[in-house]
Design a protein around this ligand. Structure first.
Ligand code: AQP
Length: 331
């Protein structure tokens, strides 16, 4: 790693088929950091098993998630793309950081509260300590910036607290990372209940646009999106459905909210929903084409994973050795 080189890290769980929430809130922004940062983009399979997974599906989605990173514009030549479980330093540092994280801090995490309510039969310790593994993911690379959606802000704040606490006992160990949360697209909401975040693990497939949905499905789902009894395409309070669709249209077209409101003045929700569906399908068409090519070459994806794991391991072990020395481990 060059001195003074800035580092960017992020990851996505292969815990379901990826959604346009994952795309617009995170992956779409990954490529934009490649020129100015050394970027590590990880498929965080260890996080995914905090919720029960079908092994064959987890394996398939791990390949697919890596392929989607590339299909969404992340160049494997310029970025380190890899799978979390291929770099054991993540789990190792995760354990160390567990010992620098308070029970009370983890108990306050809203994702833990939400997921333990949704999976009441499996409130495992991994679900509880998920944020310390996430802190390890980030801190291992001396990360400066982490592109994420707003739902991860609380975990990022905890990562900063853990790093600051560790540094206060063992100075100059970790870089304190900053989140990069996009202004538009930070929270894409469910099409069925627009007060809720769109999630890949939502049980209702009509609530979610998957990145790999075909054109007709995308347009059909947008047509059915829950809105309100009004007809004016305008952002406003109590118009969560329309606000969400305007956000999606804005982030996909780069148009401002004011321009969108002018464009659809007097045209009603039906016209607008169709336009959002078409713009989204158009944006995803080249992603689909590239994805199909990549998935047809599994060996190519495996070579990228392997090279990525080697690059990531080198950087990760530098930090891990420093941590072990500071803690007093015999190395
Ligand atoms: N709806 C969303 N809007 C904006 N950003 C989003 N992200 C997720 N959903 C939205 C961002 O995508 C990145 C990867 O997320 P993740 O895989 O780590 O898990 P998550 O945040 O828990 O995403 P999901 O889709 O809701 O997964 P499940 O259903 O498995 O829990 C993160 O940067 C996240 O902010």
């Amino acid at each position: 790693m060059l001195q003074n080189e800035k580092v960017c890290f992020s990851g996505v769980q292969p815990s379901g088929n990826l959604t346009i929430g994952n795309y617009l809130g995170a992956i779409k922004n990954f490529a934009t950091f490649s020129n100015d940062y050394r970027c590590f983009y990880c498929v965080v399979d260890e996080h995914a098993i905090t919720v029960r997974q079908v092994p064959a599906e987890l394996r398939r989605r791990t390949y697919e998630t890596l392929a989607l990173y590339i299909a969404c514009g992340v160049d494997p030549e310029k970025n380190t793309l890899y799978v979390q479980s291929h770099v054991p330093a993540h789990a190792e540092l995760g354990w160390v950081l567990n010992c620098f994280t308070m029970f009370g801090e983890l108990s306050r995490m809203t994702q833990f509260k939400d997921k333990s309510a949704r999976h009441a039969d499996n409130v495992n310790a991994g679900l509880f300590t998920y944020p310390t593994l996430m802190a390890a993911d980030i801190l291992l690379y001396q990360t400066d910036i982490v592109p994420v959606g707003i739902d991860q802000k609380q975990h990022l704040e905890l990562t900063r607290d853990i790093a600051t606490r560790f540094n206060s006992v063992h100075p100059d160990t970790f870089t304190i990372p900053e989140p990069y949360i996009p202004q538009t697209g930070m929270k894409i909401c469910s099409l069925a209940d627009p007060t809720k975040k769109m999630s890949k693990s939502d049980e209702n497939p009509n609530a979610v646009i998957y990145i790999l949905d075909d054109r007709d499905t995308i347009i059909r789902k947008f047509k059915r999106a829950v809105t309100d009894s009004g007809s004016e395409v305008r952002m406003g309070e109590g118009k969560d459905g329309i606000n969400n669709l305007i956000t999606i249209y804005s982030v996909l077209t780069g148009k401002s909210v004011a321009d969108i409101e002018r464009e659809f003045e007097g045209r009603g929700y039906g016209d607008f929903k169709l336009a959002v569906g078409e713009v989204c399908a158009d944006a995803l068409a080249p992603v689909h084409a590239r994805f199909d090519e990549l998935m047809a070459d599994k060996a190519g994806l495996e070579a990228i994973m392997k090279q990525g794991a080697e690059n990531a391991s080198r950087a990760a072990y530098r930090t891990l050795s420093k941590v072990k020395k500071k803690l007093g481990f015999v190395i």
